[in-house]
Design a protein around this ligand. Sequence first.
Ligand code: FAD
Length: 441
Amino acid sequence: MFKKKLGADWASLVTGLGLGLTVALQIETTTREDWASVYAILTSISRSFALIGTYLALVGLVLVARVPWIESSVGHDRLVTWHRKLGPYSLFLIGFHVLFVAIGYAGLEQIPTIIEIWRMVTRFPWMLPAFVGFIFMMAAGITSYKKARARMSYETWWTVHLYTYLAIALSFMHQVLTGPMFIGHPLNRFFWNVLYLAVAATLITWRFAIPVIRSLRLGLKVEQVIKEGPGVFSIIMKGRNVDSLGAQGGQFFGWRFLTKGHWFISHPYSLSAAPTKKYLRVTVKDLGDHSGSVTFIKPETRVFLEGPYGAFTAGRASKGHVTLIGGGVGITPIRAIMEEFPPNVEVDVIFRASKKEDLVLKEELDYLAEERGARVHYLIGPRSEHPMDAKYIMRIVPTFRDSDVYICGPTPLVDAVREAARNVGIPKNRFHDEAFAFHGE
Ligand SMILES: Cc1cc2nc3c(=O)[nH]c(=O)nc-3n(C[C@H](O)[C@H](O)[C@H](O)COP(=O)(O)OP(=O)(O)OC[C@H]3O[C@@H](n4cnc5c(N)ncnc54)[C@H](O)[C@@H]3O)c2cc1C
């Protein structure tokens, strides 16, 4: 735990240091002329906005670059949340940069702003690609707003979002060739080059090279697709030395099944059984185009994976008793993690479902419970019957207050249990949740 915290501390320190150096680029190269008129000041401010906005955009990319030690220190869903929160800041800063620099230059040259924009885009080196990049970035920003996003499919949003990588790359040359903080300042340019290269290398390594190499090495293929319940299917995959992934029950991977409709975008699914030397298994509920068509995936289909991700693991527990709560298909990581607590840890499992048919993997849960002397409590029916507040949970698991709580399920269930845990004084570091949507979605 200490090591993990240290990892996050180092990451924050390096990020803060980078931000300081980025601001210093502007401060160190500011001259008296930059303050000579309102338009000069506006232009100068616009450059600071560009530097900080770009730096934050690069940090945003690193947050979702799947760097293992950052992933295990912070947790994937929290990183995605930070990425989403940071996005608007860099978009606004870069947007204001474009606006201010155009108004500033137009004022200095006494011409209309729109003509100044045209002049800049057509005459300044690498300004056209940067402008195209700016449009891509804005498109990604606009489509990420909740209301806009709700109107489009995940695939469309994801494809538009992908263009931000191109946008950030396209803006690079105009920065170093036209930015006064870089012209005639080789050290500044060196820092900026290293920053861009480091981010590019991180992305290429962790988002592309490692997953591809790993997937090829494992030779993972679908062995069987099994129906577990209404609209719920397990996919069993077999490969070579699967245990070399070091995956743990409770973690998830991004999966691509190399068949029509499943190869382009990776979908996150948690392991629904602890991994073995040769096998991995996920259990998927039909909630849309991808999850609904896993039933058509044929045996022998090749599988590419990214991961393992997530900090929803047995090693996080600090108490001798754990309360594991799964809602609906959220039982899948609970089922997997159940196998991983040492025998001296007492385990209570609560499986919350609306209907009896939704109790997927029930036989396995009962078998595991018997094996290790755990208790499984099935709570079936509407919310009014199972309020999941502190009093109700304590009736089912009297030692709830003294346990580590693991929960995976729909947001209202997670929120109710979080509230219950807070009310009985369970500290945040003993509350472990995995959402089947990234936080804030
Ligand atoms: C960490 C994590 C673990 C998960 N584990 C499981 C599991 O074990 N079993 C299970 O049944 N479901 C799991 N899910 C949910 C599952 O990923 C989605 O239900 C599935 O991707 C929906 O895709 P779709 O095309 O079928 O549905 P759509 O109707 O296209 O999407 C429904 C919603 O799912 C989300 N989504 C869609 N595609 C993706 C994607 N590629 N990446 C991230 N989110 C996406 C979006 O919020 C979207 O609004 C998990 C989700 C997360 C974030």
